[in-house]
Design a protein around this ligand. Structure first.
Ligand code: DGJ
Length: 720
């Protein structure tokens, strides 16, 4: 072995001093540390709390913890990278070549670690962008080669994380249309567990690519060690958790391997081409799951989502109010409704377009993006003008990647759809997916937005929907080269979004895919908010919003008050106000009293929007563990806070929780005001109007006064 190392050094592949070199990637609170072993293979020697001194990071692992495990050589478990070299050799080895550090800003440091196959001109760079004050690390991998022909990438993960604790509990978020982001926690058994998607588009529909891992089952919101990550990718993903027990080389450890799903996705990498994997975003904390969320929210607002600091618009959407059944007059009437509610914008949903095959239901018209002349004789421009005249912004729905066979677009371009030869055309919601690998289709999709914006530059918002997954998927454009079709589709999607954002940076965009089917940070880079679910029943929404809150900030989670659910309007408003408030109602069917309350809550929301949007989230009582839910936001100065409390299907016999607050300054005094009350209604909390220290509110808390099922209260706290 020594001889081999000597030869490698002589060949100039390995700097002489590399063995001792530690590569420390840290934030203000956490660190991940690498060091090459005697063979030049890079090992992860530490992942945990940041230590005060680099010398403190020692390699105490008897077992191997590869920084980026490769397939076909000596690592015999699930690799991060597996390739076929141009000469057919299926093995890959990587040795450490060097690393560089750059400071992007005083808060952000980038570390690049270069690796190379000692026998082939095949290069890998591991990138780490560390956000100091957010305690977030974003990592991804670039792959290149100068071999004579293509190298086939059979598996190409974004990262490879070693967790050395002996037992690990995984929390992940599963779901389905209407039931997104349901939390599930269990102890990982030996073997491989994976959360993944093969849906092609709308890929987060069944699993969100986000998770938390903790060594103990008793982790709380405020205590306990947690590693949490989220993969930023809008295509097929795969996050594998390989739990090794009693493994001779590996000992007991957990390997987390997030990346593009290798299923049907061998990628032929051309010489000199650079393949960049999706980014994996993670945090490590020692003070519980609440801190995980605050780290992610802080990062998302500052770096992760589009225009994180731009004020979000409250809105009235017409989808659940009218579905496809509207005309120009109905809409203009709804503008008046929007004014009565006090919102900023009107959002026109599906059903406004197509003439030869009018979009009167989901069976026709998709792809023909001309205003329907019968419903809207004066076009979109007229609606924008009317809305503006009434002091409202105007938003519009599109679903530009899809087509109904009953459309002019399909008649003109039958070769523009993903459709496997020799298979029947398989429709879902009577539609097909356009072939975004095709640059002509990319131009078309970009053109949908561009044309609307050129014709009506005052459009201030677009809801970009996506209502099916791929099946029998085959790209006519790629022809025989289908191997990386799923990957190339997603690349096409990002290309279009890059163009949209370069040209329309100020346009607000809502990410929607039959609800939350596309919620992940690969897409949220381009969108400033998302539609979390078509399920707007408030009790279900409490749980869905709770799930999203682990990784996504409240300002991005659109929450609309609708007719769904028999709960009181107040309850619906209180649930929606804890995220980004909107409405999807027929205002003309509401009573004056209901309109009054809605307006009051909208005004309260706008007054407290900064607190709800940018405050620190503290989850207080979990709807997954009790028949109650409570959460609060505290602003950065700890002068303002807002507490939301909800009863679910609670019974008189239930044990009521304590409403112990969190995140306040123990030494400040806070005045409590119960808000969002119907005119003349009595506050549920007798503490209304009283003053308490932060210490009392956090240590002793308040009694839970809500007794009846499906009732709620919102408390505003102000330091005096
Ligand atoms: C699915 C979305 O989730 C709904 O909000 C609505 O926009 C419909 N599509 C329209 O077809």
């Amino acid at each position: 072995m020594k001889k081999l190392l000597y030869l490698i050094m002589l060949s100039g592949l390995l700097p002489v001093s590399v063995h001792a070199q530690k590569i420390v990637i840290n934030t203000n609170a956490a660190a991940i540390v690498y060091q090459p072993d005697a063979n030049g293979h890079l090992q992860q020697i530490y992942l945990g709390k940041k230590l005060s001194d680099t010398a403190g990071y020692r390699n105490i692992n008897a077992a191997l913890n590869p920084a980026y495990a490769t397939g076909g050589s000596t690592y015999l478990n699930e690799p991060a990278l597996a390739v076929k070299h141009a000469d057919g050799n299926m093995s890959l080895a990587l040795v450490y070549m060097g690393s560089e550090v750059r400071h992007e800003s005083s808060n952000v440091t980038i570390t690049d670690i270069r690796l190379k196959d000692p026998a082939y001109p095949f290069y890998v760079t591991l990138h780490y962008r560390a956000f100091q004050s957010q305690n977030i690390i974003e990592t991804w991998t670039s792959i290149q080669h100068t071999e004579k022909e293509d190298v086939i990438l059979n598996r190409y993960a974004s990262a490879f994380i070693n967790i050395t604790s002996q037992q690990n509990y995984l929390t992940h978020f599963y779901g389905e249309y209407n039931y997104e982001m349901q939390m599930h926690k269990f102890e990982l058994p030996p073997g491989i567990f994976s959360i993944q998607s093969k849906l092609g588009v709308r890929t987060a529909c069944n699993y969100n690519p986000s998770f938390l891992v903790s060594p103990n089952n008793d982790v709380t919101e405020n205590t306990g060690e947690v590693f949490a990550g989220s993969l930023a990718y809008s295509g097929n993903f795969d996050i594998q958790f390989e739990s090794l027990k009693l493994n001779i080389d590996m000992g007991n450890s957990l390997k987390i391997i997030p990346g593009i799903n290798a299923y049907a996705s061998s990628y032929p990498l051309k010489p000199k081409e650079n393949f960049e994997t999706p980014h994996f975003i993670f945090t490590y904390v020692t003070n519980g799951e609440g801190q995980v969320s605050r780290n992610f929210h802080n990062w998302a607002i500052n770096y992760g989502i589009w225009n994180g600091h731009q004020k979000r618009q409250t809105l009235l959407n017409n989808w659940e109010a009218t579905y496809f059944n509207f005309n120009q007059d109905t809409l203009v009437n709804l503008f008046d409704g929007a004014k009565k509610l006090g919102v900023d914008m009107f959002l026109l949903d599906d059903g406004w377009f197509a003439n030869k095959y009018p979009r009167d239901n989901s069976r026709a018209g998709l792809g023909d993006w001309e205003a329907n002349k019968k419903k809207l004789p004066d076009g979109i421009g007229y609606l924008v003008k009317e809305a503006t005249a009434k002091g409202l912004n105007f938003g519009i729905w599109i679903e530009p990647e899809m087509v109904n066979p009953k459309s002019e677009l399909y008649e003109k371009h039958p070769d523009w759809v993903l459709k496997a030869p020799n298979r029947p055309e398989h429709l879902y919601r009577t539609q097909l997916v356009l072939d975004l690998t095709n640059p002509g289709v990319q131009d078309f999709v970009f053109g949908v937005i561009d044309k609307l914006m050129k014709e009506s530059p005052n459009i201030s918002y677009m809801k970009w929907d996506c209502n099916r997954s791929m099946d029998n998927a085959y790209s006519p454009y790629l022809g025989k080269n289908q191997d990386a079709m799923y990957v190339r589709y997603t690349q096409g999607y990002y290309k279009v979004l890059d163009r949209v954002r370069a040209k329309y940076p100020k346009l607000d965009m809502m990410l929607c895919a039959s609800g939350g089917g596309r919620v992940e940070y690969g897409a949220l880079k381009y969108f400033q908010e998302f539609w979390p679910s078509d399920n707007t029943f408030p009790m279900d929404r409490i749980k869905i919003q709770w799930g999203y809150s682990y990784f996504y900030p409240a300002l991005a989670i659109c929450a609309h008050v609708t007719a769904a659910g028999s709960e009181s309007l107040k309850y619906k408003l209180d649930v929606a106000m804890s995220c980004k408030l909107g409405f999807d109602v027929m205002v003309k069917k509401m009573t004056e009293r209901e309109i009054d309350l809605s307006h009051t809550v909208t005004d309260n929301y706008k007054r407290l929007q900064n607190l709800i949007n940018y405050g620190d989230l503290y989850r207080l009582v979990s709807p997954y563990k009790t028949n109650f839910a409570s959460l609060m936001y505290v602003d950065s100065t700890k002068n303002k806070a807002i507490v939301f409390a909800y009863n679910l299907e609670s019974l008189e016999a239930d044990t009521y929780p304590e409403l112990k607050m969190n995140g306040l300054d123990p030494n400040k005094k806070y005045k409590i005001t119960e808000i969002n009350l119907n005119t003349g209604a009595k506050p549920a909390f007798p503490e209304n109007g009283q003053i308490f220290s932060g210490e009392t509110l956090m240590e002793q808390g308040l009694k839970w006064y809500l007794k009846r099922a499906r009732t709620s209260s919102v408390l505003e706290l102000e330091a005096i």
